[in-house]
Design a protein around this ligand. Structure first.
Ligand code: KG4
Ligand code: ZN
Length: 342
């Protein structure tokens, strides 16, 4: 097997991820999630997530090494999510990665979580061409980026002005009595629903910007459900889930394709947890095909947070000969998407 061996560590939210990549090849992706510990609170509790990372970190790295059939001593370089994310959660991964790097005497890259969501696609679909539009949709972020070069030039085109797309999924799920995190539950419930049964608002659809707004949609769903309940009528969960999901997928794909056209770009990459959504994937495929745009979306398991995505970005930086991060770099909970390296 060719290429350097890169260990990637991810702890920005509630997933403890350790991934191993050799060159452009994914060798191992070990994930421990604390999601069940947060479910009864209806959202990620930062302190609980940090403690869970502490317990899961070393076992996750050991599991990744075992999966790949390699030893720590064989690792050529490390990468860790430096931000954005929950400060305490990020710190656990950053401290662990620094300790491994120092002990092994190997270079460490403190990398951007959002860029890593884009980088991971290359493990499945090969190197990104120069010039792609990236639609990043997760629990904390929704943005459109013009990626001229993932490790060189990332231009933000627009972002949500209120809730992130994943946040809207999570909040609407709560309104519908579905468990946290809501995205996968809405996705499943929607299968049996009619996406045309309720016409929910599509925020900023016609405003010509690359920005998003999901707060009005979320409120509209809540009001619709409340009205049914007040009238003593049952809430058709599947129909509401399908109609809500349709509104989100419609706005996201339309704006992403508009951005491709505006910048004369022929490739769209979708990443982040919401990219696991089946309707978003299907609608994006349909609209990209009609527009002559090549769509790239990682398989669902690589869309949600994981260590492989961090390793993929680390491998790319290493391949380019980027200078590693100084060992005193800080975790930065609001690291801007334009900073690929901390
Ligand atoms: O990227 P990610 O794992 O973590 C962050 O960086 O935020 O994204 C998590 C978000 C959650 O809001 C979750 O509900 C959403 O991604 N999500 C989905 C699906 N799977 C996860 N949303 C819609 N459909 C899904 N299948
Ligand atoms: Zn993420």
């Amino acid at each position: 097997m060719a290429g350097p061996l890169i260990l990637g560590i991810e702890t920005s939210c509630d997933e403890t991820g350790a991934g191993l990549v050799r060159g452009h090849e994914l060798l191992a992706d070990a994930i421990a999630s604390s999601v069940e510990q947060h479910a009864r609170f209806g959202g990620v509790v930062p302190e609980v997530a940090s403690r869970a990372h502490l317990e899961a970190m070393v076992p996750a790295v050991d599991r990744a090494l075992a999966m790949a059939g390699v030893t720590l001593a064989q690792v050529d370089a490390l990468a860790v999510t430096a931000g954005p994310g929950l400060a305490g959660a990020l710190l656990v991964g950053v401290c662990a990665a620094k300790a491994y790097a120092l002990a092994l005497g190997k270079p460490l890259y403190g990398v951007n979580h959002l860029a890593a969501h884009v980088a991971v696609d290359q493990l499945e679909h090969g190197p990104l061409p120069a010039g792609v539009i990236a639609l990043l949709v997760s629990g904390g972020h929704s943005s459109l980026l013009l990626v001229r070069d993932l490790v060189g030039e990332v231009v933000p085109l627009g972002a949500t002005i209120d809730d992130a797309a994943g946040e809207a999924f999570d909040k609407v799920a709560r309104v519908l009595g579905l468990p946290f995190p809501g995205g996968p539950h809405i996705d499943r419930a929607a299968v049996a629903g009619d996406p045309r049964s309720v016409s929910f608002p599509r925020g900023k659809y016609h405003d010509g910007t690359a920005d998003f707004s999901f707060s009005g949609l979320k409120t509209a769903v809540a009001r619709w459900v409340e009205a049914r309940e007040a009238a003593g009528e049952p809430v058709p969960v599947a129909d509401v889930a399908a109609s809500f999901q349709e509104a989100v997928a419609d706005v996201l794909t339309r704006k992403a394709i508009d951005a491709c056209r505006a910048h004369d770009v022929g490739h769209l990459v979708i990443g982040g947890g919401v990219a696991a959504n089946s309707r978003l994937r299907a609608l994006a495929a349909q609209r990209c095909e009609a527009a002559g745009i090549t769509l790239r979306v990682p398989r669902p398991g690589l869309c949600t947070d994981n260590g492989a995505m961090v390793a993929a970005l680390g491998a790319q930086l290493h391949e380019r000969g980027a200078a590693p991060s100084a060992l005193d770099f800080a975790a930065d909970s609001s690291l801007p998407v334009t900073s690929v390296l901390a």
